[in-house]
Design a protein around this ligand. Sequence first.
Ligand code: NDP
Length: 283
Amino acid sequence: MAIIIDGKLLAQKIKAGISAEVKTAVDSGKRVPALAVILVGDDSASQIYVRNKKKDCEEIGIRSLEFLLGNDTKIEELIALIESLNKDDTVDGILVQLPLPKTLDEKQVIAAISPDKDVDAFVSSNVGQIMLGTQIFLPCTPAGVMEMLAEYNIDVEGKECVVVGRSNIVGKPMAMLLLAKNGTVTICHSRTKSLAEVTKRADILVAAVGKAKLITADMVKDGAVVIDVGMNRDSNNKLCGDVDFDNVKEKASYITPVPGGVGVMTRAMLMKNTITSWKRRIK
Ligand code: NDP
């Protein structure tokens, strides 16, 4: 029976540390950190994510600026808003909640964010820095996973690491961070042949697909560390991951739950990146 990696507890610990740091600096006269979050449209999941980010900011002492724009927002308006936030010296981080309505070109919008306020680490120059290992900001979800591995003293060096999913925001940067810790990394995707043959090799298996319970117990090696990034709804509309948690936990040595795993850590890492930016800017 696996040890359940408690993302909630670790996220609280990280946020408490950041909060204390902010309080000390602000009490000594430093400017309050600020995160600007832009939400375009009325996607209900995105509305929840934005609300949670605001809650995290309030908890830590970060000023949260929310920009809620309509579905019919023109790209010029959105880019003008981003450019004004880029210039605003009191703003440390800018986040555009994805997905954007189909009428807006995500690449063009992300490219408008100043790299030194790109707390999601989505701007191409920041993505390149991750490849080089010289980044200011780590991508939030993969960074959250790495924090969990470190907290539970799970060494990556020399381990067979399998990442299922190759998105730009999760799978690819996840693979890079595992590689940077000297893991032997394999990336799987929808065209991978014999997925189970590959996942069964993994000492550390990260599932970032978006398919409920895709990873079943027969796809997991005995004693593997299983990290579930997925956030899906099952047939009862209950939140669940990409991993068949109840059965896989009997085989794994460590496993992350959904909810209470990677999701909360992703939020904590966003706060950490905002504070990294703020510290660079108040120097
Ligand atoms: P994407 O849809 O961008 O990527 C999914 C990846 O999974 C693709 O690379 C795709 O392959 C691959 N894939 C799809 N089907 C299979 C299959 N049957 N076998 C193997 N690989 C497959 O998703 P994201 O990376 O954005 O997100 C993945 C999941 O993580 C989602 O559930 C999302 O909600 C969740 N998520 C959770 C976060 C958190 O904080 N916990 C943060 C971000 C995302 P291909 O490239 O070939 O199409």
